[in-house]
Ligand binder design. Structure first.
Ligand SMILES: Cc1cc2nc3c(=O)[nH]c(=O)nc-3n(C[C@H](O)[C@H](O)[C@H](O)COP(=O)(O)OP(=O)(O)OC[C@H]3O[C@@H](n4cnc5c(N)ncnc54)[C@H](O)[C@@H]3O)c2cc1C
Length: 335
């Protein structure tokens, strides 16, 4: 850290991405401040709630590798914080025969453990489900539920244990880039050598000139009341998470979720994980769409490494660059 700064690194945003980034920075010995505009545990962004699906099965080599690495990182966080943050349950990715067979072929080619199931065999295996012969599914035995509140708590605790500082209810109003970056808030002004911006749905407000645009979307969440056979619906009893792809839309079913909240999507539905195209000491993590949680602990590590100018070439991240050219999608992709 140079002498004329207050912090080596500042992280803007105390959602799961910011908290994981801050944790990894502090763990690597950086004097780090995390700034969050709302109180701890607020429900205005994307990260609150009890549960998020995590899975290994994806349909692009990049996401397969990221998903596997993220599992290891969550495991490490669980051990270091002595917190249970994952409940294994498996996941069924339900779709028609053609799409499911394509996924089966891709996953087999990449030696990813999974099973191909058909409607009647799904019902036989999971007594509380009822899918007719038109349905096929990929079963991911390693998938399960991340206990989101516990993940956030564990990352926050480990950030503080590693000497981090967190200021809640302090809103960033302005960033002045430079070799030394100036961050102005509604309470104070700080100087730092490097900055990570993980502002979630507020990213485009904070960095309006980014080439890749992200758009906030309100996501609806439904609750089902279980009226009988409660035991069959528990994740611990191997009641799988469901990912149902139908008519170019995905529906997710998990044992527990609570309030509707915000996510932000980029035009090609890939997130941004990159250095700022003009200011190399500013790093951006945003646009994580509705499936970003599972990667947070790994993305936090990669963002911290980018900020510290360490090598991240172990992963092929070109698709996540902040200045990539985007051909807007005219339909949903199911990665
Ligand atoms: C209903 C729902 C279900 C989901 N299900 C899954 C799932 O099953 N599996 C999965 O992997 N993912 C899932 N996701 C996606 C995942 O939750 C998000 O990708 C992830 O939480 C994004 O985290 P974030 O830190 O980028 O954003 P956020 O949690 O929104 O955090 C950004 C933070 O930045 C702060 N901030 C913004 N501007 C400022 C400022 N000027 N000053 C200070 N602070 C600021 C905000 O207050 C906010 O706290 C789901 C999302 C939703 C909404």
């Amino acid at each position: 850290m140079t002498e004329n700064v207050d912090f080596d690194a500042i992280v803007i945003g105390g959602g799961i991405m910011g908290t994981c980034s801050a944790y990894h920075l502090a763990k690597r010995g950086s004097k780090t401040l995390m700034l969050e505009q709302f109180e701890y545990g607020h429900k205005n962004g994307s990260s609150h709630g009890a549960s998020r699906i995590t899975r290994i099965v994806h349909t692009s080599p990049m996401y397969l590798k990221l998903a596997q690495a993220a599992y290891n990182e969550w495991n490490e966080l669980s051990q270091s914080s002595k917190t249970t943050i994952f409940e294994p349950s498996g996941l069924l990715w339900l779709d028609d025969e053609k799409n499911t067979r394509q996924r089966h072929e891709f996953l087999s080619k990449h030696s990813i453990e999974h099973e191909l199931l058909h409607g009647p065999s799904i019902n036989e295996r999971f007594q509380h489900l009822n899918y007719n012969h038109e349905w096929y599914a990929i079963y991911d035995p390693k998938a399960g539920v991340l206990l989101a509140d516990k993940c956030q708590e564990a990352a926050q605790k480990q950030f503080m244990n590693n000497g981090g500082s967190a200021h809640f209810s302090e809103k960033v109003l302005n960033i002045t880039p430079g070799k030394i970056i100036k961050v102005e808030t509604d309470k104070n002004e700080y100087k730092c050598n490097r900055l990570i911006v993980t502002a979630g749905p507020w990213l485009s407000k904070m960095l309006p000139d980014l080439i890749v645009k992200t758009t906030p979307m309100l996501v609806g969440v439904n609750f089902w009341k279980i009226t009988s056979n409660h035991e069959l619906y528990k994740a611990g009893n191997k009641s799988p998470c469901l990912m149902i792809s139908e008519d170019e839309k995905d529906f997710y079913v998990i044992p527990e979720v609570d309030h509707p909240n915000l996510i932000k999507v980029s035009e090609d539905q890939n997130c941004i994980l990159d250095r700022h195209p003009q200011h190399g000491n500013i790093v951006i993590g945003g646009g994580f769409s509705g499936t970003g949680y599972k990667f947070a602990i790994l993305f936090g590590k990669l963002l911290s490494k980018m900020a510290l100018e360490e090598d991240v070439s172990e992963f092929e991240l070109d698709q996540l660059k902040a200045d990539r050219k985007i051909e807007p999608l005219d339909k949903m992709i199911h990665y």
